[in-house]
Unconditional design. Structure first.
Length: 122
C-alpha cells in the first residue's frame, strides 16, 4: 500500500538562485515566492508545487549526456507547441544539446545553470 505522500517541492542546486528562478519564472509563468533571498529563491504554482533554487558554492553543472558530472535529476514540461516553446526558451538562455534521444517525442534542453530538462507534447 502506498504511503499518503504528495510531492510539494523540488529544489535545484545552482550558483545563482535569483538568476535561475528568473529563467524558470519567465519560462513557466510561476510566481516568485515572497521569501526568496540571495541564497535561495522559489517559485510556486497555484496547485501548491514549489520549485526551489539554492546557492551551492563550487556548484558543478551536470554535463548531459556526459556522465562525468551526471544529471542526477531533470524536470519534464508538457507543452502544446514544441517549436514555439523551444524558440522562447533559447531566447531566455536555455541551451539545446546536439544529442537528442527523443526523436519527435521530446526535446532535451539545459537551463542556464546546466540542469537538463525536457519538453514533451501535451
Amino acid at each position: 500500500m502506498p504511503l499518503p505522500m504528495k510531492l510539494t517541492a523540488i529544489t535545484l542546486d545552482c550558483p545563482d538562485p535569483q538568476a535561475l528562478a528568473a529563467f524558470y519564472r519567465q519560462a513557466t509563468g510561476l510566481e516568485l515566492h515572497p521569501e526568496s533571498d540571495g541564497d535561495f529563491a522559489g517559485l510556486a504554482s497555484e496547485d501548491g508545487l514549489f520549485i526551489g533554487f539554492q546557492r551551492v558554492d563550487g556548484h558543478q553543472a551536470p554535463r548531459w549526456p556526459d556522465q562525468a558530472a551526471p544529471q542526477q535529476v531533470h524536470l519534464d514540461f508538457a507543452v502544446d507547441d514544441l517549436d514555439g516553446t523551444e524558440a522562447l526558451l533559447l531566447e531566455l538562455g536555455a541551451f539545446k544539446p546536439e544529442y537528442q534521444p527523443g526523436g519527435d517525442r521530446w526535446r532535451v534542453f539545459t537551463d542556464p545553470a546546466g540542469h537538463p530538462f525536457c519538453l514533451t507534447r501535451s
